[in-house]
Design a binder for this molecule. Structure first.
Ligand SMILES: Cc1cc2nc3c(=O)[nH]c(=O)nc-3n(C[C@H](O)[C@H](O)[C@H](O)COP(=O)(O)O)c2cc1C
Length: 338
């Protein structure tokens, strides 16, 4: 059963012209079928609010779960409606964190990487719609069984953690599994209107973008990091366990993270067992490095780097993506012979 948020709940921006109407825009009461990915320490209140103000919906990156940080970022979002997303296995290790977060009145709660069943139940009790990011059909089945409102199907192209399936076959397969009524969002490698239009054709009702919004004016991050996002390309990225092992993050083994491959990653990527043995020393090396030394420090980003040439405002990104998708969808009818 789909649970629709009252359209009045999200502050509509009267200046934003609606070009695409989907089940996602209807369900969330937003103008454009574009969501900001809840990127840990990158998607702060300012970026989330800017995406909502532009007609999409911004999600604050709750990441591993730091309530003080989230309090600050929800304040930063001001009176714009924003959601929040967590790394599920980490959320589950912190009793009470979900309840505290629900008191911040998020517009949606997103769960990624782990069993979100209990969190979906608690969010439902609090009247907060839920998203569950999946990388496998089996996970989609679990999300459906839990009664999630929106399934986010993530392809391996995406920046950050995920698994190894590409979006092109997985997305329509989840649509076939979930049926026509389920609201589905595509994530992974989408950074412009071509990706949005293609995702709609493959069975999605909208898209979630991470890497594209990371390279935005409002994202939390240094100028150096953002400049590198413009200079590096999809070929420079790799799915790896290097930075999780180094940082001592207890990720379930089937998840890898797509990052820009740097000197540190190149040294250890094929030597994970050796890295594990030397993890303490390597963590010390990593932590002693300058936070802006991206030969050592992790720069999380996905294959969509190929499509990013400039740091833009969230509003420009949303506007361009929607306009390009609308144009493509209109003009593609011209390919029909009869
Ligand atoms: C810098 C960065 C940090 C991320 N952190 C998180 C996170 O904390 N939680 C989460 O669910 N997904 C996270 N992701 C993954 C996104 O949810 C999403 O699947 C991905 O960004 C989509 O692919 P794209 O980067 O090609 O747009 C992160 C992605 C990036 C680029």
């Amino acid at each position: 059963m789909v649970c629709y948020i009252g359209v009045n709940e999200i502050l509509r921006n009267e200046d934003v012209e609606q070009k695409l109407q989907t089940r996602l825009t209807e369900m969330l009461g937003i103008e454009h079928p574009i969501l900001l990915a809840p990127m840990d320490l990158v998607s702060g209140g300012k970026l989330a609010a800017a995406v909502t103000s532009a007609g999409g919906l911004g999600l604050i990156g709750g990441g591993y779960g730091n309530l003080d940080w989230m309090n600050t970022e929800f304040e930063e979002a001001g009176n714009q409606a924003v959601g929040v997303g967590f790394i599920t296995w980490s959320l589950l290790q912190q009793p009470g964190l979900l309840e505290q977060t629900l008191k911040l009145n998020p517009k949606v709660l997103m769960l990624s990487f782990g069993d979100g069943t209990e969190a979906v139940e608690k969010a439902k009790e609090a009247g907060v719609p839920t998203l569950w990011q999946v990388q496998r059909l089996e996970q989609a089945k679990a999300a459906i069984a839990a009664g999630v409102d929106i399934i986010v199907v993530q392809g391996q192209e995406g920046g950050g953690h995920g698994m190894d399936r590409g979006l092109t076959a997985l997305l329509p397969a989840v649509r076939d599994l979930a049926g026509p009524e389920q609201v589905i969002v595509a994530a992974g490698g989408i950074a412009d209107g071509r990706g949005l239009a293609a995702a709609l054709m493959l069975g999605a009702d909208g898209v979630m973008m991470g890497t594209r919004f990371w390279a935005s004016k409002e994202a939390i991050g240094s100028e150096k990091a953002k400049q590198l996002l413009v200079e590096t390309k999809g070929d420079d990225t790799v799915r790896s366990k290097v930075f999780d092992v180094t940082r001592g993050l207890d990720w379930p083994w089937h998840f890898t993270g797509r990052v820009v491959s740097n000197d540190f990653a190149k040294k250890w990527h094929s030597e994970i067992e050796a890295l594990k043995q030397d993890a303490e020393n390597q963590r010390a090396v990593y932590e002693a490095s300058d936070p802006n030394d991206y030969a050592t420090r992790v720069l999380i980003a996905g294959e969509a780097l190929d499509l990013i040439d400039t740091i833009e405002s969230a509003e420009q990104i949303v506007e361009k993506t929607v306009s390009q998708a609308a144009e493509l969808l209109k003009s593609s009818a011209g390919a029909l012979v009869a």
